[in-house]
Design a protein around this ligand. Structure first.
Ligand code: ZN
Length: 399
């Protein structure tokens, strides 16, 4: 039984390879880094269909459509269709163009394999209509619009072409929802620059892409509590002459606390560079809750002693980064929208597939300079600001 099955599978595989060797060697044209281009094109295609339908309705109530010549067609395209498509365009997305001439030949200008295949879906409709027209023995002319007569016929063919393209886009987006699942590892250590504090925060989050139909696509999302542990590593060491040491009152400040806070990735997008080699990019907004540390003033007799609740890790983490637009509560994912966020961009991808990337954040200690720098120079130590934040992020696609 098993042997029989194996033979059958082998036989069909051989047939496939023989029938379509090029297809078998090609990777799927649309992969995770194409998600932004795909959703952008989907929005544009939807808009184009609406614009053509609106024009058709207008001509219907007016009783007739204008004659289709190259000038009227171009004017219609520029005035009634293009502005809407430009308005909904995401400026970060790649775009493509294509044209099927009166000779039924298609020329596609597309920067990526994914956009190329979308253009092909669209132009196939024009090509089929063009060939049908030619085979009917009707006028074969250099003028493309001859086959339309009036602009309503042109609009109908465009609607059909955009619908064919859209079917492909929606299928590709469904594939990406299934395939573009990642694990994000987040590991951050932040030391105080003016206090003897060391905070460690860690989490591991699953990310998944959501492209719900009929509403704005959500990109990559995921959440998991972040564990933090903030410790007092004081008191600071006093170096130098023993006599001076005795005089020195070693007062210091340290924050302590541990627990977990919400950690959420929302509307992160994989995309592609807009120039060759169109490599993968990732823009990831991260929203974290406020950590609950207590800041203590400490030291021997003569030092002020008190304590107050002050967030340490989360405040330091937010400080040096680009802020993300605050998000509102999302009823679809059930997540609240209050936590502040930062944007993590400029990831290092290990290759063009976009399956793995890393981001290393190193932040120099704030307030370094002046006396500290002179003291370091005097002691023969490096004078550049020491690093107070070491945060490492890593994403890996799940197989
Ligand atoms: Zn078209």
């Amino acid at each position: 039984m098993t042997t029989f099955r194996t033979h059958r599978i082998t036989a069909s595989l051989v047939l496939c390879v023989l029938a379509a060797p090029v297809l078998a060697a090609d990777p799927a044209p649309c992969t995770c880094p194409d998600m932004l281009d795909l959703t952008n094109r989907n929005r544009q295609v939807k808009t184009a269909i609406q614009m053509y339908e609106r024009s058709l309705a207008g001509w219907q109530s007016a009783g007739s459509a204008p004659a289709a010549n190259e000038a009227s067609r171009q004017q219609f395209q520029d005035e009634s269709i293009e502005p809407g498509m430009i308005e909904v365009r995401d400026s970060r997305a790649n775009t493509a163009s294509a044209r099927t001439g009166a000779d039924c030949r298609t020329v596609v200008t597309a920067p990526t394999a994914c956009l190329n295949v979308l253009m092909e879906q669209h132009e196939q409709v024009h090509r089929d209509a063009c060939r049908a027209h030619v085979s009917q023995g009707l006028s074969v002319s250099d003028v493309l619009v001859d086959r339309f007569g009036t602009l309503d016929n042109y609009a109908r063919e465009e609607i059909e072409a955009y619908k064919a393209e859209r079917i492909y886009i929606e299928a590709a987006l469904s594939n990406l929802e299934r395939d573009c699942r990642y694990t994000l590892e987040f590991d951050s250590t932040i030391s105080g620059s003016t206090e003897t504090t060391k905070a460690e925060a860690k989490t591991k989050v699953d990310l998944q892409a959501y492209f719900p139909r009929g509403v704005e696509p959500l990109g990559l999302q995921g959440s998991k509590p972040l564990n933090y542990d903030t410790k007092d590593i004081g008191p600071p060491k006093v170096m130098g002459d023993p006599m001076l040491k005795k005089l020195f009152v070693n007062c210091y400040v340290a924050s302590v606390g541990s627990g977990n806070v919400p950690f959420e990735v929302r509307e992160a997008w994989m995309m592609r560079e807009t120039q060759p080699p169109y490599g993968p990019l990732l823009v990831m907004p991260i929203y974290v809750g406020e950590t609950q540390e207590t800041r203590h003033m400490k030291g021997p007799r003569g030092c002020p002693h008190n304590s107050e609740p002050v967030p340490f890790w989360s405040e330091q983490f937010m400080l040096s980064k680009e802020r993300a637009v605050p998000v509102e509560a999302d009823s679809r994912s059930g997540s609240p929208g209050s936590a502040p966020g930062v944007i993590i961009a400029d990831w290092n991808f290990s290759d063009a597939s976009g399956d793995e990337a890393q981001k290393a954040i190193r932040v120099p200690c704030a307030g370094w300079g002046g006396m500290q720098q002179r003291a370091a120079a005097y002691a023969g130590l490096p004078t550049e600001a020491p690093t107070c934040e070491v945060t490492n992020l890593k994403i890996k696609r799940k197989r």
